[in-house]
Design a protein around this ligand. Structure first.
Ligand code: AMP
Ligand code: FE
Ligand code: FE
Ligand code: ZN
Length: 277
């Protein structure tokens, strides 16, 4: 079984890199893509463990902007031997997040919440982000659940939202490709816009693949994105988007209640495209 989309506690997952590997073995995942948000720290640690299984694919999930809306972009095959420039650029993205967090704390305090940056960073460390602030808001009883924290305060459209410098989608794709990677549109169902209508623009930007298989996709969505990938000559990727205990419904390898079946042969196609660069 392959799963090309997972998170460790180096971004917003709850499993340490070692625990994620154990979970993969338990779930029967033999090829695992680690795709933390804007960091390679989880992948690098997992690889250093030299576990006999699963085989690891070095990935990343970038938050980018497209027409002012947030779009997640997966990058694959970005191992440490990829150009150092890409990893430097990723470190810059992390710096922009830290700078945003300072302003986010100020905004949340203005709204009357007793939250400090230290508390959030104790949870998220190098990749502290809105999900960590949301967890604190739940724990302190300010909101009933994570959903409410986002809907009422942290979502782009909500009153606590604070702007952060994020790369444009096209820049993210270009950077991934310059680094020799493969760029795939993450969970297209979550794109705030008409994906079929956006396809020509996404392809012009150089997108390589669509994540047609994802825990948030029902059979209809998967079929639609497979059709679009075929129509536009794109590769296909797939994965659970496992985050551990913060998204308990999502299982590594099999998604929500077994709704995910990522075909093994996707990997050969990705690898051969990557090798052809
Ligand atoms: P940040 O990078 O700190 O701005 O936080 C982005 C992360 O917050 C995303 O990767 C999601 O995991 C989560 N997120 C963003 N918007 C929402 C939302 N409306 N509901 C739940 N989670 C969200
Ligand atoms: Fe996430
Ligand atoms: Fe995502
Ligand atoms: Zn993800």
């Amino acid at each position: 079984m392959i799963d090309l989309h997972s998170h460790t506690n180096e971004s917003d997952g709850t499993c340490s890199p070692g625990q994620l590997l154990e979970e993969a073995v338990r779930a029967g995942v033999d090829v695992l893509g680690i795709t933390d948000h804007d960091t390679f720290a989880g992948y690098d640690q997992a690889r250093a463990l030299r576990a006999p299984a699963p085989a690891l694919i070095c990935g990343i999930e970038l938050s980018t902007k497209l027409h002012g809306k947030s779009v997640h972009l997966l990058g694959y095959f970005l191992d440490a031997d990829a150009p150092a420039e890409f990893r430097h650029w990723v470190l810059d993205l992390q710096a922009s997040r830290r700078e945003r967090n300072v302003r986010l704390v100020a905004r949340l305090r203005e709204l009357g919440f007793d939250i400090t940056l230290e508390e959030a960073e104790a949870r998220g460390r190098g990749m502290t982000g809105r999900p960590h602030f949301a967890q604190i808001m739940v724990e302190k009883g300010y909101v009933a659940n994570l959903r409410q924290a986002f809907d009422d305060y942290l979502d782009e459209s909500a009153k606590g939202y604070v702007w952060r410098r994020e790369p444009q989608f096209a820049e993210g794709v270009a950077r991934i490709r310059q680094a020799g990677g493969i760029a795939s549109l993450a969970h297209p169902v979550r794109v705030n816009g008409d994906v079929p209508a956006l396809m020509p623009e996404l392809c012009d930007a150089g997108l390589n693949a669509l994540e047609a298989y994802h825990s948030d996709h029902g059979p209809k969505e998967t079929e639609m994105y497979l059709g679009l990938a075929h129509q536009y000559g794109l590769l296909v990727t797939g994965g659970s988007d496992f985050h551990g205990a913060v998204k308990p419904d999502v299982q590594l390898g099999t998604g929500c209640g077994g709704n995910l079946k990522v075909p093994d042969n996707l990997l050969e196609q990705l690898r051969s495209r990557h090798a052809a660069r």
